[in-house]
Design a protein around this ligand. Structure first.
Ligand code: ZN
Length: 158
């Protein structure tokens, strides 16, 4: 499974690089026909606190502000990471959920052969790849956060 995984990773990273400079991530995403909804409260309580969620029908990304805020507070107040904005954390969630859309609606985003390759991946591998690619994306998009990257993402469970 190693080769397709590496190929898929490249295909998806290339896709993310298509975001035009001057267009915000959320503008780019909504331009693809994906709705972004920011909700005040995450519906999950208990141990599983989702920061964001992807729903395919119709394509929608849900962002849960309360949990993003908790994540932000933890990074800034408990871990002392200054200069981390909530908007950055939101972007990480947006990229994460966009990647799920690229898997689920591969046929609308990619030529047939690439889409077929992408659809071969299991859900577990999909989640793993999504997290890896978010990491790559953040490294290239925000090199200034390279040092705290692991701290930011290790508690990243969009
Ligand atoms: Zn996910």
């Amino acid at each position: 499974m190693d080769t397709p995984k590496a190929d898929i990773r490249h295909i998806l990273i290339d896709y993310l690089a298509r975001q035009e400079p001057g267009t915000s991530l959320s503008e780019w995403i909504t331009g693809m026909g994906i709705e972004i909804r920011e909700l005040e409260k995450s519906p999950r309580r208990g141990t599983l606190l989702l920061r964001s969620e992807y729903q395919p029908n119709p394509p929608t990304i849900l962002i849960y502000q309360d949990v993003i805020e908790m994540w932000h507070t933890k990074l800034v107040e408990e871990m002392g990471l200054t200069g981390i904005e909530e908007s950055l954390l939101k972007e990480l969630c947006l990229v994460h959920e966009l990647l799920h859309d690229l898997f689920v609606r591969a046929k609308t985003h990619f030529p047939r052969q690439e889409a077929r390759l992408i659809r071969k991946i299991s859900l577990r591998q999909e989640e793993f790849l999504v997290r890896e690619i978010v990491r790559d994306w953040m490294k290239s998009r925000y090199p200034q956060y390279n040092d705290p990257l692991n701290q930011i993402l290790d508690i990243h469970e969009c």
